[in-house]
Design a protein around this ligand. Structure first.
Ligand code: AHR
Length: 520
């Protein structure tokens, strides 16, 4: 037996507590220290960004139903979805892809809708793309929900000129022909273009390029992203696939000074195999544990990409944008395989919360992320079925974690037994903390163990708060999820199992639970 395995076994044994009733009950005992007196970097609100691609029912039906739809809408945007997104304060939306971006020609998506060409969405299901949702619709949508804008440009089948003109269309205050085209299409003032991505996955669907080739193309295309003086659009370079560290090395060596951020994409595939990823709702405990192992790999990937970035950018000027992440399951039976429509359970919620804790820890480098995707696609916040909408467990995690947007991250070291299942071993409890701009400290605790509650004792250093209150997201089964007929199966509830005594916060976490506390 390896020493670490032996240690886990011993600690797991020590975690069996006999309750006063005489009934043996497993309880994981975890200790932690919160160093609120050693503040780290600010958790940029954009860490809570969303990805919305022209894919399946992500845009059409999910966000856009058109003004003539029977589904209640404002200027074509469905009211229920807009309200739900506003409620979680979505700080940023990335659009129009994804793979779709490197086939997208912006001029086809502006002007009178009945004159826009119908194309084939070659990336996703070969369905007709009417171009009804284009630049004006995206920018208006972002304004409607109060989100920053992240537009991904076309390197794969586009040109620097097309990209330059798209940017001009969006941001130019002049009376140039292109800026006047925007006016003719109903928008007088330039929009704020917060982020512009130079292509997407150019190692794959974005052109099958080598890192060296893309590095040169990136420098070329990025040079022509010109914005008016006094304004800033951050340039995001297309980054690595998961743990392809050599891509980051090549890009940083050749183009660090030409970029504001570099992206990385990492999807959690529960089975570890793209061919059979596994069902979103039908899985056993081994698959639960496999999912957690795969999700937590995010920490290692950020650490290793950041270390490479440190070599070329020790000042940490360049951000690492995790602009596609989340769990990728097999599609729901009977749905179009090209639409990537999947359900979302308590498992997705626990993995998402643990991943957000990882982002908090790396707030000095990770300043933007975009979970894939916002509505009806992959690990979605929201699912829709005609005029009905359901909020997923992952949505509720984003709701619980709202106080972390713009908070200063605080080191929170956790020590305790691992959750061991078969060959898998992960920490039982994942945690993070932050202090918001009003001075309130927030603590997030996630119990990755689906069976065993955990008692977490946190030593507090530099915390003024005397009471701990918050909300919990948990469920009776690992696969609990919300459906159109039963939309409230997984929903946050008030949480009162936390007390501060002296300088110790004690929390009893239910199994498979996400808790966020305010220390006031
Ligand atoms: O999010 C779905 C797809 O996953 C995106 O279009 C692509 O960038 C990635 O491979």
């Amino acid at each position: 037996m390896k020493l670490t395995t032996l240690k886990h076994a011993l600690v797991a044994g020590a975690a069996i507590a006999i309750l006063a009733t005489g009934v043996a009950s497993a309880q994981t005992a975890v200790t932690a220290t919160l160093h609120a007196d050693q503040p780290g970097a600010v958790i940029q609100p954009e860490v809570y960004g969303q990805f919305a691609e022209h894919l399946g029912r992500g845009i059409y039906e999910g966000v856009w139903v058109g003004e003539d739809s029977k589904i209640p809408n404002t200027k074509g945007y469905r009211n229920d979805v807009v309200a739900a997104l506003k409620a979680i304060k979505v700080p940023l939306v990335r659009w129009p892809g994804g793979c779709f971006a490197d086939d997208y020609h912006w001029r086809e998506g502006v002007g009178p809708r009945d004159k826009r060409p119908t194309k084939v969405n070659v990336s996703w299901g070969g369905v007709e793309e009417t171009n009804a949702f284009g630049t004006n619709e995206f920018m208006e949508f972002a304004e409607l929900i109060g989100a920053k804008t992240y537009v991904a440009g076309n390197v794969g089948t586009g040109s620097p000129q097309e990209m330059a003109e798209w940017v001009e269309y969006m941001v130019s205050p002049t009376k140039s022909t292109i800026a006047n085209l925007r006016r003719a299409n109903g928008r007088e003032q330039p929009w704020k273009l917060d982020y512009f991505g130079v292509g997407n996955e150019n190692w794959g669907c974005g052109g099958q390029m080598t890192a060296a080739h893309y590095t040169d193309l990136y420098r070329n295309f990025a040079e022509f992203i010109r914005v008016p003086q006094g304004t800033k659009t951050q340039k995001i370079a297309g980054g690595a696939n998961s743990d392809d560290y050599s891509w980051t090395e090549t890009m940083m060596a050749g183009a660090a000074k030409n970029m504001d951020q570099i992206s990385v994409h990492y999807y959690t595939i529960p089975s570890g195999r793209w061919s059979i990823k596994g069902s979103a709702t039908k899985f056993d405990e081994q698959v639960w544990a496999d999912t957690m192992v795969q999700a937590l790999r995010m920490d290692e990937m950020i650490t290793k990409h950041s270390a490479i970035m440190d070599k070329y950018d020790p000042q940490k000027r360049v951000g690492l944008a995790v602009d596609e992440w989340g769990i990728w399951h097999d599609v729901e039976p009977g749905t179009n395989p090209g639409f990537l429509y999947q359900q979302n359970t308590m498992r997705d919620a626990v993995a998402a919360a643990a991943t957000l804790n990882i982002f908090h820890k790396h707030a000095d480098r990770v300043r933007l992320t975009a979970i894939a995707q916002m509505v009806n696609v992959l690990q979605a916040m929201i699912l829709t079925d005609k005029d009905r909408m359901v909020l997923t467990p992952t949505y509720w995690v984003y709701d619980l974690y709202k106080p972390f947007q713009g908070a200063t991250s605080l080191p929170l070291e956790v020590d305790g037994p691992a959750y061991v299942m078969g060959k898998d071993s992960v920490p039982s409890v994942s945690a993070s903390a932050g202090r918001d701009t009003a001075g309130v400290v927030h603590v997030a605790l996630v119990n990755l163990n689906p069976n065993t509650p955990a008692t977490v004792k946190i030593k507090l250093a530099g915390v003024a708060g005397k009471s701990a209150k918050g909300r919990v997201l948990t469920a009776s089964t690992m696969s609990a999820h919300n459906t159109f007929d039963a939309p409230n199966v997984v929903k946050p509830a008030a949480f009162n199992d936390a007390q501060i005594k002296g300088a110790t916060l004690t929390v009893t976490l239910p199994a498979k639970a996400v808790v966020v506390l305010d220390l006031t």
